[in-house]
Design a binder for this molecule. Structure first.
Ligand SMILES: [Zn+2]
Ligand SMILES: [Zn+2]
Length: 296
């Protein structure tokens, strides 16, 4: 199970109801944080995410609304005597700025903070999942992230029994792909089924892009920015953001299962018009709110 919590859902500036962008993914006992806006550490408390379990933070780009929260979070973790290293992934070339956020006041940080510059491709590999970065189209260098569970192989019970598969034979067969059983060469694909791993895409801040469509193909969840309504499309183009309708078009083209919009401009106290225009293009759309949790 992958648990997703929206910690902040506004873009650029907070409102009474919405903090700035940050999303937590809990998986296999670890927390992976996507963006870390100002106040994210309080949002973690508010929505019961254990900050000690944060393994890594993935920063899409170096606009303040996505990264300033790192400064406070690393200090609080130091005060709470964190021991585990903390990994922070940032677009390549931006490492120094993030390092400055952590070191500018000579705070005593007694655990390791590892800042890694990223490019397109796989940037994090877990036992049963990986995280890939892909380029977005914004006013500065920005990456989206794909959280992808590995596909799972299941042996078909009746066929395995009939062939007399047991014990270590299963793992050996999985590795080799074929096996000689009773003088007959058996192929792995003839005795197994594949369960597709879950796929979540996080895309902000950005114009709608082909790259996002390709990366999100058949995703279980697409989290996409919708800073503006389509009424303000000119502004979206100018500031390199997306409208709700444009985000819905990405979801439709990629044939994702669910689209959740966030990073809303503070001018939308009522998000209903954004939801309406997005749903006219892609039905399975929701608008995130702070504290929204879902499991897939
Ligand atoms: Zn932003
Ligand atoms: Zn931005």
């Amino acid at each position: 199970m992958i648990d997703i919590t929206f910690l902040g859902t506004a873009g650029s500036a907070p409102t009474k109801e919405r903090a700035m962008p940050a999303v937590a993914i809990e998986y296999d006992g670890n927390v992976f944080l996507f963006d870390c806006s100002e106040g994210t550490q309080r949002q973690l408390m508010e929505y019961s995410i254990n900050p000690f379990k944060i393994k890594a933070i993935f920063i899409t780009h170096l606009h303040g609304d996505h990264v300033i929260g790192v400064a406070g979070l690393v200090r609080t973790l130091a005060l709470l005597n964190r021991v585990e290293p903390l990994y922070i992934y940032v677009p390549e070339g931006e490492e120094k700025k993030v390092n400055l956020l952590i070191t500018f006041d000579n705070a005593l940080i007694n655990y390791k903070v590892v800042i890694k510059g990223i490019r397109t491709g796989t940037i994090f590999k877990g036992k049963t999942f990986m995280i890939n970065a892909f380029r977005l189209e914004h006013s500065i260098k920005t990456y989206g992230f794909l959280f992808k569970e590995n596909d799972k192989l299941h042996f078909i019970k009746e066929k395995s029994l009939a062939l007399g598969l047991k014990g270590e034979m299963f793992s050996k067969f999985s590795k080799t792909g074929t096996m000689l059983i009773n003088g007959k060469r058996i192929k792995l694909k003839d005795v197994t089924t594949i369960e597709k791993g879950k796929k979540i895409v996080y895309a902000t801040d950005t114009r709608p892009t082909k790259n996002t469509v390709l990366t999100s193909a058949n995703a279980d969840l697409l989290i996409h920015e919708a800073t503006y309504s389509d009424v303000l499309k000119d502004l979206a183009v100018q500031r390199k953001h997306s409208t709700a309708k444009e985000a819905a078009t990405v979801a439709k083209k990629a044939k994702v299962k669910i689209l959740i919009l966030f990073h809303l401009s503070s001018r939308y106290a009522d998000a209903e018009p954004l939801l309406k225009e997005a749903k006219s293009v892609f039905k399975d759309t929701s608008i995130a709110y702070d504290g929204l949790k879902l499991s897939i």
